[in-house]
Design a protein around this ligand. Structure first.
Ligand SMILES: [Zn+2]
Length: 485
């Protein structure tokens, strides 16, 4: 079904930063007019009633369409994915969070350890005053096991005997998170609102590769990698506060199936609800914390429209619910599966960028420490398609430290933060735009999503999807500094 949306060109001054990227200065300069696009997305005929191993609807194959080769059915989540049960309690005073999780893990490769990442102990969150203590760790019903912490963000639990592929282990980890005060980041407390992103010990397994040990950086961006998992978790908050989070609330718990992380915002929210057809119904809830004068309905409209647009461009969206929380003191947006955090005044391109991450990072994962360009570049492509800003992005200059360096890991950008946004967000978009017809790029990305939904895509996977439509893609990517081993 084709739906042409007439451009409703309400040009607003945009002060919003894009998600988790670059310096505020660069992004403020990059502010783009806020208008909807008039381009027509490709059709998505994903009306299959097949369901995945997580009970989610599975997009069926798409026939060839114009220049776009037939797209296979979307991949299924690994039936052996981890399963988390977690309880989260935000303490009165909003200065700490107590938690306890039990996770059942079944590796697809042999391993002699579990590795939990403690992202609140990374330099950016730690400098703001956050700290995550984890342990003691119990394996099954055993006594606590000795663990080690080779760096503040890495908790290693030795396994004796080691696990063989397909063997399961169950670990229980109590934890306490010390909350910072106001911070322009994923962990923050300000004016009675709490952001909890990357906030609990999480298994950093990359299927087919092993433990993801990429170090944290001080960049306003992510270095985390995790496999999709099933989460069932409770969130207890002080009286008068409410919760917007990843997953579907059911009987006091949130159930989030086949997602690679969960995040929570706590506040006094004015909320509005709607439904996106992507093409299955996605319940969308937007909440604006008290004291902020943003209109939740305007954000809801933008989330729903971009979600429907991207489902036609990149493939059906399988998850049943999505929440967006606006809380104070955040200069852009932060993406999590099923939950996005944005600051006030970010209705422009930030909103569509974060919805783009629901396909690129959430559904199709990547190692965000090693290959940050995959999710940031492709979410920026999505943003540009929705906003009609491809030409503007294609014309941006590239600072010398970023030129031909799009494929660099987060550690490269640690000392080049002024160039991070242009190098990691804009440069991949320029490479994609250089391939040719943007509709055919969307087609190639449908192939990427179909092949790697619920997985962790590597640069070679992106290259292979693009090469299905553009045989010259490897050379173009190499010119941007994206090469595949
Ligand atoms: Zn982003």
């Amino acid at each position: 079904m084709r739906r042409l949306r007439l451009a409703l060109l309400v040009v607003l001054a945009v002060v919003a930063a894009a998600c988790a990227g670059g310096t505020g200065d660069d992004l403020a300069r990059d502010g783009s007019p806020d208008g909807t696009t008039g381009s027509a997305p490709a059709p998505a005929e994903a009306s299959s009633t097949t369901t995945t191993t997580a009970g989610l609807p599975q997009a069926g194959p798409l026939p060839p369409s114009g220049d776009c080769p037939a797209v296979p059915a979307q991949a299924q989540p690994d039936p052996g994915r981890p399963r988390y049960a977690m309880d989260v309690r935000v303490l009165p005073g909003l200065d700490a969070v107590d938690g306890r999780l039990t996770v059942r893990f079944t590796p697809d490769l042999p391993t002699d350890r579990l590795v939990f990442r403690l992202w609140p102990n990374g330099p950016r969150s730690a400098a703001a005053g956050a700290h995550l203590d984890a342990g003691p760790v119990f394996l099954g019903s055993s006594a606590p096991v000795a663990t080690s912490q080779p760096d503040p963000t890495t908790l290693v639990v030795p396994l004796d005997p080691p696990l063989r592929p397909g063997d399961a282990v169950e670990a229980t980890v109590p934890w306490r998170l010390t909350l910072p005060g106001p911070a322009n980041d994923r962990l923050a407390v300000q004016d009675g609102a709490v952001r909890l992103g990357s906030f609990f010990p999480i298994l950093a397994w990359e299927p087919g590769v092993g433990w993801a040990l990429e170090p944290p950086t001080s960049v306003f961006g992510e270095a985390s990698t995790a496999p999709v998992a099933d989460f069932s978790y409770s969130v207890t908050v002080p009286d008068g506060l409410s919760v917007l989070a990843s997953g579907v609330p059911e009987a006091g718990r949130w159930e989030a199936l086949a997602v690679r992380d969960v995040a929570v915002s706590v506040g006094r929210f004015r909320t509005v609800e709607g439904v996106a057809s992507a093409p299955w119904p996605v319940k969308v809830t937007v909440g604006v914390h008290e004291g902020l004068d943003d209109d939740p309905g305007a954000y809801l409209d933008r989330v729903v429209r971009s979600m429907e647009d991207f489902s036609r461009r990149f493939g059906a969206y399988p998850y049943p619910a999505h929440t967006l929380a606006l809380t104070p003191g955040l200069s852009g947006g932060l993406e999590y599966p099923g939950h996005v955090m944005q600051g006030p005044g970010t209705i422009g391109r930030t909103t569509s960028h974060e919805v783009g991450h629901l396909w690129f990072y959430s559904l199709v994962g990547n190692n965000q420490g090693r290959d940050p360009w995959i999710d940031e570049g492709l979410a920026t492509w999505a943003e540009a398609r929705f906003e009609g800003s491809l030409g503007e992005l294609a014309g941006k200059g590239m600072p010398a430290p970023a030129q031909g360096r799009a494929g660099e890991p987060m550690t490269y950008w640690e000392t080049r933060q002024d160039s991070y946004y242009r190098g990691t967000y804009v440069q991949p978009v320029q490479a994609l735009a250089a391939l040719g017809d943007p509709d055919r790029v969307d087609c190639a990305l449908r192939h990427l999503v179909a092949a790697h939904a619920f997985g962790v895509a590597r640069p070679g996977d992106v290259e292979a999807a693009l090469a299905k439509v553009f045989p010259e893609a490897p050379g173009v990517l190499a010119g941007a500094g994206i090469s595949t081993p």
